[in-house]
Structures are given as structure tokens and as C-alpha cells.
Design a protein around this ligand. Structure first.
Ligand code: ZN
Length: 293
């Protein structure tokens, strides 16, 4: 029995690391007579029953708050909103935070764009200032939609990724997805010959706290995939979920149902157009200049 959690009811039931305890089990306590796995922990004179845990009656060699198990219960009376709530101890938080941040980065698709930040964006490139400002302002609240329109290479993807990277810095789950790639995925998953009824990735994208759809309008795909893309956009529209969209096609060239969603000014202050001729080219020239100096 290697479960580090003190379960209290002796049936060996495994407690999920951060889930709520079973409603019919006494709440797990960290502290009645010390650390379960620590042989050096001297036994306290008496066990404290579960409703009144004493988080400090533990061996001094381990975390005094949780006894080394990583979790504790608030010492509050029955009826208190925090009664029975399993809290993660600060000693466990650090490594858990790191793992959670790694997980968020992995699902975000932003690993390849970690250098695309506001700090590395050159807002002096002619035509980019308004979009830069709008993107920066978006990160103050992360609410509503932001729609950036511009030709290929105008810097809109950089700005969209910068928003995503800032969301990650704030521990906000985000998914950055290039629409043609997303459609490839949807086509293979939901094609007429596929019998997939439920796609986890689709569900995650549909409801992630911040979704970035890059390069909407370039897609040339099947009706199935287009329908799925519409479902994602419509779901986020109906639920007012924070969404960034970059467009490289005029609205006339995009599916009318999608246009009606992205043109709704109750979700944003209007589509931000980037007239920059070629931000990427400018960036390349700038970095060549930097390398020379
Ligand atoms: Zn602790």
C-alpha cells in the first residue's frame, strides 16, 4: 500500500491527487499522528479525529503544514464553506505548477512560437501600430474576440501568438491552431468514411478558455470539415468565449455563416486591419542588420 494519502476509512480506496474526497468517507487528514511514511516521525500522543485535524501536529522534518503528503484540510467547523475541502499545500504547489505549465504549453501548440512575443514585435513597421495596440489591449482582459485582417506576412500571426504566449504566462489555457491544419485534422476525423462519434481534440478546441484561429479563409476543404469549423466558431460565439481570429481573405470570400459571427460588434470593436506590406521581410532585414553589427 503505497498511497501517500491518509484515507481515514481503512479501505484503501485511492484518493485522486486533487479531486474531492468521497462524500461518504471521512475527509483525509494529514496530521493525526504524523507522517505515514516517515519512520522518523514520532507518534503524537493521540490521534485527532477527522473533523478536527490539527495541521501542525506533525514531525518537524517534513512540511509542517501537510506532513509531506502535499494536501491539507482547513481547520474549520462543519458548515464552513471550506469544511472538507482538500487544499494543495504550498510545498507541493511549485512542482505541480511547473507540470501544469508544461501541460498548458504542450496543448497550446505554441512551442514553435515562443519567440513571438510583444517584446519581439517591431511595432515601428509601418501599418502595424494599431494592430499591436489592439492585441496588447486584448491581453488586459482576455475577453471577447479580436479579429485581425491582413495579407500574408503582415505580422498578424506574430501578434496572435504574442497574445497566446501572454495567456500562458498568466496560466490561462490556450490553443493556437492554424485553420488549414485544423481542417486537415477535422477532415480525417470526421470524414464520411470515419465512424468517430466523439473527438477529444475537437471538444478541447471548442471550449478552451482562449482559442486562436490563425489564417482563416485559406481553407479549401470538405463540407464535413467546414461544418465542424463552423460548429467550433458558432459554439464560441454563442458562449462568448475568448477567441482570436486572423484573416487573410476579404469577408466576401469567407463562408457567410462565419462572417456573420465574426462581424458581430458586440464581441469586439471591429476587425483590425493591418496594411503592413510585409512585416516578415522587414523583420528579416532587421535581423540581418542586427547580425551585421
Ligand atoms: Zn506541505
Amino acid at each position: 500500500m503505497s498511497n501517500p494519502m491518509r484515507n481515514g476509512n481503512g479501505n484503501g480506496a485511492h484518493l485522486p491527487p486533487n479531486g474531492p474526497h468521497h462524500p461518504h468517507s471521512p475527509p483525509p487528514v494529514a496530521s493525526d499522528n504524523g507522517n505515514a511514511q516517515g519512520p522518523s516521525a514520532p507518534a503524537a500522543p493521540e490521534a485527532v479525529p477527522a473533523p478536527e485535524p490539527d495541521p501542525f501536529a506533525v514531525a518537524p522534518a517534513v512540511c509542517p503544514k501537510c506532513g509531506g503528503v502535499g494536501y491539507f484540510l482547513y481547520d474549520v467547523p462543519v458548515g464552513d464553506p471550506n469544511f472538507g475541502v482538500l487544499m494543495t499545500c504550498g510545498c507541493k504547489q511549485t512542482s505541480k505548477d511547473r507540470r501544469a505549465a508544461d501541460d498548458r504549453l504542450r496543448i497550446s501548440n505554441l512551442s514553435a512560437f515562443t519567440d513571438k512575443t510583444f517584446e519581439t514585435f517591431d511595432a515601428r513597421v509601418r501599418g502595424t501600430a494599431d494592430a499591436y495596440q489592439a492585441a496588447l489591449e486584448y491581453t488586459q482582459t482576455f475577453q471577447g474576440w479580436l479579429v485581425l485582417f491582413g495579407n500574408c506576412g503582415c505580422g498578424k500571426t506574430h501578434l496572435a501568438a504574442a497574445i497566446g504566449n501572454r495567456a500562458l504566462q498568466r496560466d490561462m489555457p490556450v490553443i493556437f491552431t492554424v485553420v488549414p491544419d485544423l481542417l486537415d485534422h477535422l477532415r480525417s476525423t470526421f470524414g464520411p468514411s470515419s465512424d468517430v462519434a466523439y473527438d477529444e481534440r475537437f471538444e478541447t478546441i471548442r471550449s478552451v478558455p482562449l482559442l486562436i484561429l490563425d489564417d482563416l479563409g485559406t481553407e479549401n476543404t470538405t463540407a464535413w470539415a467546414r461544418e465542424k469549423l463552423f460548429q467550433i466558431i458558432n459554439h464560441r460565439y454563442n458562449h462568448r468565449l475568448p477567441t482570436i481570429i486572423t484573416l487573410n481573405r476579404k469577408l466576401e470570400e469567407i463562408e457567410p455563416r462565419i462572417v456573420s459571427r465574426i462581424s458581430d460588434l458586440s464581441l469586439h470593436d471591429g476587425i483590425v486591419s493591418i496594411p503592413a506590406a510585409d512585416y516578415r521581410q522587414h523583420g528579416a532585414q532587421a535581423s540581418r542588420r542586427r547580425r551585421r553589427t
